[in-house]
Design a protein around this ligand. Structure first.
Ligand code: TGC
Ligand code: FAD
Length: 392
């Protein structure tokens, strides 16, 4: 029997679909259609050309995918499961597209909504929801992203303004952003600054020659005595809790996103192994290949169940960052292992951009690193279990 005749959906063996509400199903199916019809046809070329397909921005905005969890301010006010499904379907196309939406939604609009003044919310959130203003999030610095508490970027009060100095590294959307939410040390603790692209002393530089996340813009940001008015400082937080709580939102979305990348890889090899005849038989009929396909399905299913449960905990308001760490670790590890295995099952064809696994595999090298490396998330779980911090 082939998987085409299977009674279960190979991408959804435990019928996650039946757990979704009508609204969530509508979100999933709408974004899936957008991914299939509009995004997937562009992403391979964008990856090869090392460009982000900016023409997709108005389309994702039109679908309500920017700041989708925010209530009001022209945002869609969807729940966490819907946000997860958005990430999943976009990352089925490419991690770079999901990254764009993660950064805009979880790392820029979320802190403005959660920690910003009413004036900041009115100014930025509707424009960002429409894709008319783009944001980026500056936390990581050249000397070490895993330990943001040790950041060097700092701001000093000067009358009613702040003077910002320092540098940020590896910043998604950096060169196309109208506003950067930049985290800096001050005498009053770590604060978030909304730095606008034309503020004197603020410059950006794109990071070239990446082998991963090529369909996404990554940049360095430099601040040389940038004068930021008090009105552009987020008033609601003055500690590392500010940026780390943004990361919790984005990491949650990533747990779903990488499932989409893994599904794309499984889908590709399910088709390929049924058509590829070796030693007189379709590859899919061999025991070794079936075990590998079954293992991919097992990992995807485990990841789906983790993310679904995580979403329900989040919507109930009981989410712990440790739970997000475990899911980010598990699901990224599952996805990258699936992508690498799918690449191998395709043989020589697996190194061609004509098939998606190598693109997903290369992208996932970034995804397993950003938003906290695998080790950081393992140590976060270890800290929870033992009560002892091994971070140093
Ligand atoms: P620690 O003492 O644990 O915490 C300091 C304060 O923050 C609170 N907190 C959190 N709050 C919300 N969510 C979380 N995940 C939180 N983790 C900690 C904590 O309660 C405390 O609050 P308060 O009020 O008592 O001050 O801090 P630590 O210095 O020991 O750090 C722990 C560690 C290593 C886990 C943390 O530094 C960390 O997560 N490091 C990794 C950094 C990281 O993930 N960077 C990502 C940069 S952004 C990015 O990669 C975007 S990619 C975008 C894309 O393209 O998709
Ligand atoms: P380091 O922190 O130097 O870590 C190096 C190695 O040391 C890793 O293997 C790590 O796991 C390990 N390590 C760290 N601590 C320990 C420990 N205690 N014990 C044992 N091992 C340890 N950042 C932003 O702020 N905004 C963005 O938009 C953004 N976008 C990104 C886009 C891309 C494509 C990439 C690749 C990165 C992006 N980042 C962004 C940065 C990302 O968050 C960091 O790369 C990540 O947090 C790791 O920091 P680092 O690269 O400095 O590595």
């Amino acid at each position: 029997m082939t998987s085409k005749n299977s009674r279960l959906d190979p991408m959804d063996l435990f019928d996650i679909r039946s757990e979704l509400t009508d609204d969530e199903l509508l979100v999933k199916d709408t974004v899936a259609r957008f991914a299939d019809e509009k995004a997937i046809p562009l992403m391979r070329e964008a990856f090869e050309n090392h460009t982000f397909p900016k023409e997709l921005i108005p389309q994702v905005a039109e679908l309500g995918l920017l700041g989708s969890s925010i209530e009001g301010y022209d945002c869609a006010g969807m729940n966490s499961i819907s946000y997860g499904l958005i990430c999943q379907e976009l990352e089925r196309a490419d991690s770079g597209l999901r990254s764009f939406v993660s950064v805009q939604s979880s790392l820029v609009m979320y802190p403005i909504y959660t920690f910003g003044s009413e004036e900041q919310k009115q100014r930025w959130l509707p424009a960002m929801a429409k894709g008319e203003a783009i944001g980026c999030f500056g936390l990581t610095e050249p000397q070490g992203g895993s330990d943001p508490g040790n950041m060097k970027t700092h701001a000093k009060k000067d009358g009613t303004d702040w003077i910002l100095n320092g540098a940020k590294m590896w910043i998604t959307n950096g060169t196309i952003a109208d506003a950067a939410v930049v985290w800096a040390k001050t005498d009053e603790g770590i604060k978030g600054f909304i730095v606008e692209k034309d503020m004197p002393g603020f410059t950006t530089q794109e990071i070239e020659n990446k082998f991963s996340l090529r369909a996404s813009i990554t940049a360095a940001l430099f601040f040389d005595n940038v004068r930021v008015p008090e009105a552009s400082v987020l008033p609601g937080v003055s500690s590392l809790r500010g940026p780390l709580s943004c990361l919790t939102q984005a990491r949650y979305g990533i747990t779903w996103g990488v499932i989409g990348a893994a599904q794309a890889c499984l889908d590709e090899v399910l088709n390929y192994t049924q058509d590829r005849v070796l030693f007189g038989n379709p590859l899919a009929s061999t025991q070794a290949i079936q075990i590998r396909l079954a293992d991919m399905s097992r990992r995807i299913t485990t990841a789906q169940l983790l993310s679904l449960r995580l979403g329900h905990i989040k919507d109930a308001g009981n989410l712990s960052p440790t739970q997000v760490s475990m899911a980010k670790w598990n699901n990224c590890r599952a996805a990258i292992d699936i992508a690498r295995d799918a690449r191998d099952i395709l043989g020589g064809a697996g190194i061609s951009a004509e098939y998606s696994p190598i693109r997903h595999m290369l992208n996932l090298e970034s995804v397993i690193t950003y938003e906290g490396t695998e080790t950081v998330h393992q140590l976060a779980v270890g800290r929870e279990l033992t009560g002892i911090s091994a971070f140093g």
